[in-house]
Design a protein around this ligand. Structure first.
Ligand code: ADP
Ligand code: MG
Length: 241
């Protein structure tokens, strides 16, 4: 883990026909860190993540990943993986086929695919489920398949957009721990979108609290709680006034 920023956003803005997505987004994200983008619905969390992923291109600003300016690069050139709230699994493919799908597309040799599959299923606790279809799994297991698919790609940067919001409270807790353990064990950099302050505060090293398309405060969970920069932050994290 280094302290020089692995991901940099410099004054990034995105608008659609006058509709503000985000504005003035500047962030330095160190390698191996867990950063949560937190804030109420519509504040620009997903837009920020989609800009990082290359699923949207910014109107202003620059995005640098691992020293490379990717501001206008296609999503496929950004060397990152993504996990969404809606698993995005292929229903007709088995767990194993879903997990290695991207490796097959990239023509990774079969033996290497098998090894990577085994390791990803081991890490996510899915060994023995290789032949099941997504429809034969619980919500938590499906989300773990989506995690395995992200891990198997072997990227150092993983973007997650509300990956737990389709799970019930109990599952949320256990998958939350799985994600945290994965991130630590693999030393990957995670940027994690959530509207749930408990989730952000319990998982992240750094919390980026957003409102109306702008960053309100960046800091450790403790900093946001003990030194909120304005009343919105204080109220959102539930800090004493
Ligand atoms: P969050 O993920 O925090 O709920 P979003 O990033 O999805 O918020 O949205 C931020 C703002 O950008 C919202 O006002 C939303 O309506 C707007 N927005 C997002 N995507 C689009 C789009 N494709 N076209 C127009 N407006 C959009
Ligand atoms: Mg969103």
């Amino acid at each position: 883990m280094t302290t020089s920023p692995f991901v940099v956003l410099k004054d990034v803005a995105k608008r659609w026909a006058g509709q503000l997505g985000v504005e003035g987004i500047s962030l330095d994200i160190p390698e191996g860190s867990f950063t949560a983008l937190l804030g109420p619905s519509g504040c620009g969390k997903s837009t920020t993540l989609r800009l990082l992923a290359g699923l949207e291109l910014p109107d202003e600003g620059a995005i640098i990943i691992d020293g490379k300016d990717v501001t206008t690069s296609a999503a496929s050139d950004r060397n990152l993986s993504m996990v969404f709230q809606s698993y995005a699994l292929f229903p007709h493919l088995s767990v194993a086929e879903n997990v290695v799908f991207g490796l097959k597309v990239r023509r990774v040799p079969k033996k290497e695919r098998q090894q990577k599959l085994h390791r990803a299923l081991e890490i996510t606790g899915l060994l023995g489920y290789e032949d099941r279809k997504p429809g034969e799994l619980s919500g938590g297991q499906r989300q773990r398949v989506a995690l395995a698919r992200a891990i198997v790609a072997g990227q150092r940067l993983c973007l997650m957009d509300e990956p737990l919001s389709n799970l019930d409270a109990k599952l949320r807790n256990s998958v939350r721990k799985d994600i945290k353990k994965l991130q630590r064990d693999l030393g990957i950099t995670v940027v994690y979108v959530t509207h749930d302050q408990t989730e952000a505060m319990s998982m992240a090293d750094t919390v980026v609290l957003m409102k109306d398309g702008r960053i309100q405060q960046v800091g450790s969970p403790e900093e946001l709680y003990s030194k909120p920069s304005n009343t919105f932050v204080a109220e959102f994290v539930g800090a004493p006034p």
